[in-house]
Design a protein. Structure first.
Ligand SMILES: Cc1cc2nc3c(=O)[nH]c(=O)nc-3n(C[C@H](O)[C@H](O)[C@H](O)COP(=O)(O)OP(=O)(O)OC[C@H]3O[C@@H](n4cnc5c(N)ncnc54)[C@H](O)[C@@H]3O)c2cc1C
Length: 385
């Protein structure tokens, strides 16, 4: 059997790893438009690669149907499969990482194994289209190149962080082949806000309870560290909130509310402020960092609100995400209805689709690589000559 993989990112490379182990005699080719495969892997987890999540629960994904795939191939299966390939893992407070704690070492090892198993790489080759026939597909690449394969795997990713390869251009090819593509929207990105004057907050971090509020109801809450940008909110909790806004299409009709002291009542903070006030000086600065205090004071004067109350209820209105360039994953892609539970296409025989190219994206914390690896594993396991 001859297998062609379009896209040498996490899903494509791990698919090649699992398949080359299961079917050592098969010929496997990877077509990657960048000069090097796996560039995005290097950027994951701040260079450490948060490779799996221990509990990839359906509600942590844009489409809870992802849970059906992860029920067949979840953390235990993937952990075992990786260790069988010599990729050992460690558990840290923030999640599951390679034992080396290095995305670069992981990628180097992966490429070494694939090369030792005679997987052929066409790097710098972009797949422009493919022509399906009863006995496989002719893959049309740039540089006037054509390859015939028996089975074609699409692992072209989404549209996020295009400098790392995935520019979303293959979706128009898939659409032409009859696939249904859910609208592409940036997810896991910082949130731009309509409020002005955030410049003095740039770089400040504060633990917060972050809520997404719509029509007076809190729809999503998470605790964590907010990082202020000059025109918006960043940090993992803001990233996750941005995904929620994208999943529920709430960008134009909701507020992001910060409670800087979720474990203290307003009365308790008021007491702290009153005590500080009795010593003179700037009481709010004994509670929060001085630029944050100055921002709160200014806003409270403008909005005629109590500054202490604002520390527990600071409202921001999202204007937009920072776009695909600054987003970690893409919401949207090939709808799950177009593939079965082993990621075989329901539209064309002899085609599989895996990873972020499918319309599934997850929160921060290893959920997205879990999805890429799980779909890669399911497809690899299902292929028989
Ligand atoms: C900065 C950053 C940090 C992240 N950190 C984490 C993390 O720690 N944990 C986690 O779970 N997730 C993380 N993610 C998300 C995770 O990296 C992605 O969800 C995952 O890489 C998706 O894998 P994929 O193979 O489906 O797509 P991609 O990794 O995007 O790979 C797609 C590949 O296909 C290639 N390609 C596209 N079109 C063509 C074509 N026509 N012809 C040939 N090649 C093509 C692209 O160049 C690319 O190499 C992070 C993302 C970013 C941007």
């Amino acid at each position: 059997m001859k297998i062609g993989i379009v896209g040498g990112g996490a899903a494509g490379l791990f698919f090649a790893l699992f398949l080359s182990s299961l079917q050592p005699d098969w010929h496997i080719e990877v077509y990657e438009k960048e000069e090097r495969a796996g560039r995005k892997i290097l950027a994951t987890g701040n260079g450490h690669c948060n490779i799996l999540n221990e509990n990839p629960a359906p509600e942590c994904y844009s489409d809870p149907l992802a849970g059906k795939y992860l029920a067949i191939c979840g953390y235990e299966t993937l952990h075992r499969a990786l260790e069988e390939e010599g990729i050992y893992l460690q558990k840290r407070k923030e999640g599951i990482y390679p034992l080396t704690y290095s995305a670069a070492s992981l990628l180097a090892y992966l490429l070494d194994i694939l090369s030792s198993r005679k997987v052929v790489f066409f790097t710098g080759f972009k797949v422009i289209d493919y022509v399906k026939s009863a006995n496989g597909a002719d893959v049309l690449l740039n540089h006037n190149t054509k390859r015939h394969v028996d089975f074609l795997v699409v692992s072209t990713g989404g549209k996020s962080s295009p400098k790392l390869g995935s520019d979303g251009s293959f979706f128009s090819v898939l659409s032409k082949h009859g696939y249904h593509i859910e609208n592409l929207v940036p997810a896991l990105s910082p949130i731009k806000v309509k409020e002005v004057g955030l410049g003095i907050l740039k770089g400040i971090r504060h633990q917060s309870l972050v809520s997404v509020v719509s029509k007076g109801r809190s729809l999503y809450e998470e605790r964590g560290e907010i990082l202020f940008k000059e025109d918006g909110l960043s940090g993992i909790v803001a990233f996750n909130a941005s995904s929620f806004l994208s999943w529920k299409r709430l960008w134009n009709s909701s507020a992001v509310v910060l409670d800087f002291f979720p474990d203290r009542t307003e009365g308790e903070i008021k007491k702290m402020e009153m005590r500080a006030r009795s010593y003179g000086g700037r009481p709010l600065e004994t509670i929060v960092e001085k630029n944050l205090a100055a921002y709160i004071l200014k806003r409270s004067e403008r909005e005629k609100k109590d500054p202490v109350a604002m520390l527990k209820n600071l409202v921001f209105h999202p204007s937009s995400s920072y776009g695909f360039n600054d987003s970690q994953v893409t919401h949207g892609g090939v709808v799950l209805d177009d593939v079965d539970l082993a990621c075989h296409s329901r539209i064309e025989d002899g085609v599989g689709i895996i990873g972020e190219a499918l319309d599934v994206d997850g929160k921060c914390g290893g959920y997205n690589l879990t999805w890429a690896l799980a779909t890669a594993y399911l497809l690899a396991k299902s292929l028989k000559s």
